[in-house]
Design a protein around this ligand. Structure first.
Ligand SMILES: [Zn+2]
Length: 162
């Protein structure tokens, strides 16, 4: 669990003060009280992510981007937003249960790519697809059956509105 963080104002590693802020816990500088970062509940429980990189979409009107992270031994992509002062936020959502009602616990909007080797395999295939379909080759046409399976549940509203 994180106990110290770098404070831009104090220009050094400082002790942090935690306070609740929705599904997150807010970490502030013990010395100047500046906001430092949000810490997720899982991070607090010691399940710290090994890897967390944010890629901002250059021309995104809403400062959107994607996180690449490692969590519980799996590589995940998570929807994010670039905030002010260099702080990036994850998008959180309440996942629909079997009854189609929003769940009680919010989770980051993310895609699991499995362990590192599986993630690399999937990403390389995606990369090849993207590079191959750029210009000369047509992207592989999906059959109707495949398209249906991609959509998952037959949700009339098209799923989560992100
Ligand atoms: Zn400070």
């Amino acid at each position: 669990m994180v106990k110290t963080l770098y404070c831009q104002k104090c220009k050094k590693e400082v002790e942090i003060v935690l306070s609740e802020a929705g599904p997150h816990v807010k970490a502030c500088c013990n010395e100047c009280n500046s906001y430092l970062k949000f810490i997720s509940q899982t991070e607090l429980k010691g399940e710290t992510t090994m890897l967390e990189i944010f890629y901002r979409i250059p021309d995104s009107k809403y400062f959107e981007g994607v996180f690449l992270e490692e969590f519980r031994g799996c590589i995940q992509l998570a929807a994010g937003k670039a905030g002010k002062e260099g702080t990036n936020y994850k998008k959180w959502a309440f996942p629909q249960g079997a009854d189609r009602k929003p769940g009680e616990k919010a989770i980051p909007v993310s895609v699991n790519l499995g362990p590192r080797h599986t993630a690399i395999e999937i990403l390389e295939k995606m990369l090849a697809e993207l590079k191959g379909s750029h210009g000369k080759e047509e992207p592989q046409k999906k059959t109707v059956a495949e398209q249906k399976s991609i959509g998952g549940m037959d949700e009339p509203d098209g799923g989560i509105p992100f």
